[in-house]
Design a protein. Structure first.
Length: 433
């Protein structure tokens, strides 16, 4: 059937489209994260530079004596140029020693307040830190010190450390420190966000798919029931008429009774088919009965209609296997399985076996053939409505059989095992009465 591959292609197309959307979302989020990382690195570089400027300002002016000596050596004759030089010296003496960087330093610190950072000395011993979840004030325990050192090693793998270097001056031993920092909470959350987003989208798609599948199954059930009842109704009237005409023809003396008997058997068969459609259109009534008579009668019917010689149909079902059954529908399932087995190409010697066994609370009925088997990639497709390997097949036989066993008898119908060239085994599992 052509519409089945079309449905499969549509599903594959939707999956590919969803994957493309997911990849695009991940790439876009990754681009945002990289831009934020660059911005944070630039901010941390400015922050380290501000600390360096503060340290330099703390050194003070090492040339104060020279400035005062210059001022005392200038003439006091009121020359404008001399007065300008005096003003320059006075301004240099009043210059703040690093305080001009404090505002900028505090601004950067507030803007990047969620960035974990550690300042260590030249020996990588931590001096101070922030946003590590470890108290920055008071005595630090040995466990917390070990945690800080571990974080230094982890941060060094994420970003290379920034250096704070101030040359030594008069009365100042100099400064050589390193700033280690990690990604901010915002970047870490942005890294996780696409996956969280995909998770929720996946859940939404799954819920939508399950809901759609549930609605579709209900629609299919209603369609199955409506078509089955309509078919039973349409067949009922002409069958009743044909049965009447058959009886009238029997009353004629010149009637061929053998032909009429064959017609009667076929009419009886059509009546049973009509009854099957009527049963599948509503919830059938189940009664506890042995499986052997239903299986044997169906096997006899198939034997009389085997299309060629060289086909052997064996039945081995014990009489003590009893299950709640609707005989008409159950025989329909057996008939479909046997017809599929006959359609399988099996050369000159075709063997079909029906076996029954009990396992605990369950009854197993296996239909085994030595045909050409079923490829592994098609195992999930054989029970789908519309899938068929036959040129004129409707792809409804196995789908209908599984529906009868699962929905009406509370059991299951599965392809137990199969391989190309090694036949196939279908198993019916029914609750034991």
């Amino acid at each position: 059937m052509k519409f089945f591959p079309t449905t499969v292609n549509m599903k594959l197309g939707l999956i590919v489209f969803a994957v493309i959307i997911a990849l695009a979302s991940l790439l876009y989020a990754n681009g945002l994260v990289n831009r934020l990382r660059d911005r944070e690195r630039a901010g941390m570089e400015i922050w380290a530079g501000a600390r360096e400027e503060v340290a330099r300002g703390a050194v003070g002016n090492p040339y104060l004596k020279e400035f005062y000596a210059l001022g005392s050596n200038l003439d006091t004759d009121g020359d404008p140029e001399t007065d300008r030089l005096r003003a320059a010296l006075s301004w240099a003496l009043r210059m703040p020693s690093g305080e001009h960087t404090n505002f900028f330093f505090s601004l950067i610190s507030e803007y990047y307040q969620d960035v974990p950072a550690i300042i260590a000395d030249s020996a990588n011993e931590p001096i101070t830190w922030r946003n590590l979840g470890i108290s920055e004030e008071g005595p630090v325990s040995a466990a917390d010190s070990a945690r800080v050192r571990r974080r230094i090693a982890q941060m060094a793998e994420v970003y290379p450390p920034l250096s704070i270097v101030v040359a030594p001056g008069d009365g100042f031993a100099g400064l050589n420190q390193r700033v280690y920092y990690d990604e901010s909470t915002l970047i870490r959350e942005l890294r996780i966000f696409p996956y969280v987003q995909l998770l929720f989208v996946g859940l939404l798609i799954m819920v939508g798919y399950l809901g759609f599948s549930y609605v579709r199954r209900n629609e299919q059930s209603s369609l199955w029931a409506g078509m089955a009842r309509e078919a039973a109704h349409q067949l009922g009237t002409p069958l009743s008429s044909l049965l009447g005409w058959n009886e009238l023809m029997r009353q004629r003396g010149d009637a061929d009774q053998e032909v009429l008997d064959e017609m009667a058997r076929d009419l009886k068969r059509l009546t049973r088919v009509t009854q099957r459609f009527n049963d599948i259109g509503s919830m059938p009534r189940l009664t506890a009965q042995p499986l052997a008579p239903s299986i044997a009668s169906t096997a006899d019917y198939i034997r009389r209609r085997m299309p060629r010689s060289g086909v052997t149909l064996e039945v081995d079902v014990p009489d003590d296997l009893v299950a709640p059954l609707n005989a008409e529908l159950f025989e329909w399932v057996i008939e479909n399985l046997l017809k599929n087995a006959l359609d399988a190409t099996c050369g000159d010697e075709c063997l079909i076996r029906l076996t029954g066994s009990a396992q605990g609370k369950w009854i197993h009925v296996d239909c085994v053939d030595n045909g050409n088997g079923i490829d592994r990639r098609h195992r999930k497709d054989i029970f789908r409505p519309g899938y068929s390997t036959k040129k004129r097949g409707w792809g409804l036989g196995l789908s209908l059989a599984k529906r009868i066993i699962k929905d009406y008898h509370g059991g299951s119908l599965v392809l137990l095992h199969s391989a190309p060239g090694q036949g196939a085994t279908f198993r019916i599992e029914l609750p034991r009465a």
